[in-house]
Design a protein. Structure first.
Length: 145
């Protein structure tokens, strides 16, 4: 028995990898009386060239949704996924960083082999740059760290 006790203690003291998600809080804000929170799964982050990819959890009141975000750190472009239930397609709203904490929405497109900005949504061409806590928090975490 003593012969197996020491190897057993060594074996049990070793760290065992665990496949899990590690959510980092990005931002929280109120809009129209509803609380919105954003988290990024830091274990899902990977990069390809100047692009960073990650899973984002969006919560509001009692609901939660996970989406895959894309961010171009060099050009300051945040591709924010939205779903269209009518044609079962995921579109991306392109948001571009103008300066610290300010972003402007360019329009909407689809990610195929390469993202293509397909149309400008009504009113977006006149839209001024706004504070976008979701895009800015993601940019600071994924591009500045």
């Amino acid at each position: 028995m003593k012969k197996y006790l020491f190897p057993l203690i060594i074996l049990l003291s070793q760290s065992i990898p665990v496949l899990s998600e590690t959510w980092i809080y990005i931002t929280g804000y109120y809009e129209d009386g509803i609380r919105f929170n954003r988290y990024i799964d830091i274990s899902s982050v990977y990069g390809k060239g100047s692009w960073k990819y990650a899973n984002m959890k969006r919560t509001m009141d009692d609901s939660e949704i996970n989406v895959g975000i894309r961010l171009n750190c060099k050009q300051g472009i945040f591709l924010n996924p939205i779903s269209d239930p009518d044609d079962n397609t995921v579109y991306f709203i392109q948001v571009r960083r103008i300066k610290n904490n300010y972003w402007v929405t360019d329009g909407m497109g689809i990610k195929r082999d390469k993202f293509v900005l397909e149309k400008t949504l009504p009113g977006l061409s006149e839209k001024k740059s706004l504070h976008n806590p979701e895009a800015e928090g993601s940019y600071k975490l994924l591009c500045k760290s």
